[in-house]
Structure formats: structure tokens, C-alpha cells
Design a protein. Sequence first.
Length: 321
Amino acid sequence: MHRIVFVVYPGFEILDVSGPGAVFSGANRALGGADPFYGIELASARGGPVPSSSGIVVDTQRIDALPAQAVGTLLVVGAEREPLLRAMADPALGPGLARLAGGAARWGSICSGVFILAALGLVDGRRVATHWDACMPLAKAFPKVEVDADSLYVVDGSLWTSAGVTTGIDMSLAMIAGDLGATIAGEVAKRLVLYARRPGYQSQFSPVLQAQARADSPFGDLIAWIQDHLQEPLDVPALAARAGLAERTFHRKFVAATGVTPARYVETARLDAARMLLSRGLSLKSVAVQVGLFPAARFADAFERRFGMSPRLFRDMHAGG
């Protein structure tokens, strides 16, 4: 059995445990065998009942009672600032955590749990992910750590770290895909009614979400419409007409509301969609048509300019993952 150990502490975020926990237990159900592949355990500094931030209490083992070599995957969960600071300063947590991390086949954190690993010096010189709101504080507090502020999750050797909250689900699905294959991971994602298995390279914020969060009415509706009509001509005249504004007025108000020009936003939305389609193994021509960047040469130029690699290479690297 592959033992999954979640390290918790008072005030931890329950979703950091329940989300990935549901994914791993879902894999056991998808396999259909009598003996589960994954075993899920919770550990804390002193063992016993530990309250989460939502008031839900979980039962745990003492971290120093766990044999390091028996741990398949070790994950430190996140929390808000105050409980996280208390955990980082807890002398009963650090030694046991460092020992388990040193012996685990795979180890890391979910969301802000990486701060605890960083406080122990375990991720110096390593690339990590964390919640978008914690990236700058993490980089400032621990300058030896390379913080990836964009990715949903980061794999650096045996170290796995995820960004904010629900991205722990994406990372857990990626672990399952590596352990048991993409088919089982896909079955789990379908059972959990997930929109898609998001790859680690995907940004914490899609361009749609970023723009919708910043945009004033009526651009929130327009942005949603753009996402559903990427194949169509989406130049300023067409978008201005859709918004019911003069072209110059539309351009000025769109930039003020979203922080980017209409052309830049449209290209970003198209390229973001292209990455998802390429990761499914679609042909370059098909992707170019679906995202409105045809002919294929135009698509290839835009993709390489933005991401520093050809769409063909990107597909070869990510398709089927």
C-alpha cells in the first residue's frame, strides 16, 4: 500500500485534506480491487484531535511515531497566517516533519503549507508553488526558495508543491496519473465532476478569471462571450459593436477595466485555450482553427513568441499527461 500522510496543525484548511483525500480514495474505488492502493493517514505534532479552521476536528497520529521509510507521499497542508505562523514556530512539529520528508518517496505541500517546509530549510534552492497571495511573502521571507508564482503545481524531483486550495486536487490527480495511469486519473476526475484535469503549467488565474475579476460591467459578460467565440473575428470593431460602444471609447474603457488591450486579451485567451487543446494531442491545424489563430503558421508564431517553444514541442511534452 502507498501511504499518503497529511500533516495538519490547529487551524489548518480542511479542504487541503478533504479534496486530495477524496481524489486518492476515488482512485482506490476506480481500481475496483479488494485491496486499496492508497492508504490515507493524518499526522500532527502531538497526535490526537486537531481542529481545522472551519471547526471540523480530525483525529491524528503523532508525527514522531511514524516510520519515515513507510511513507509513500507526505503533504503538509496550508492555513491562514496566524495558525501557519504558530505551526512554523512549533518545536514539536519540525524535527518529525524533516525526518519524514527525508524518508518519503514523494513529499511536499498544499497551498501555504510550503512555508513550514521553507522554515525548516527543506526547500532551499528548490522551485515551489503556493497560493497567489502568498507568493511575494514567501519569496521575501525565504530568498533561497525559487517561487513559481504562476503554476498550479510544481514538481521538482520528489518535491511536489501546489498553489491555492483546490489546486491540491489537480496535483493529486497528477500523482495518480503517474502512479496508476491517465485512465484512472480521468475516471476519478469524472467521478468528482471536475471540469478538466488541469496541468501544472496552467496559471492559477485563467485570463478569463483575471479579466472578469477586474472588469467593470458590461465587460464581464463580454469576456465570457469572447471565451465561447474564439473562432470568430475578435478585432476592436467587432468587440466594440458587441459592447455597444464607439471603437475609441471601447478600447479606452477596456484597458482601464482589465489592464490589457483588447488585442492582448484576445490573444492570451486564444493561447491559453490552445495549450489545453495541445495537451489533448490535437493537431496544430485543428487547434489553430479552434482558437481562431489560423493559418497554422500564424498560430505557431504567436505561441512561440509567448511561451518560448513551438506548439509542436509543447504538444509532445504534455499530450497524454
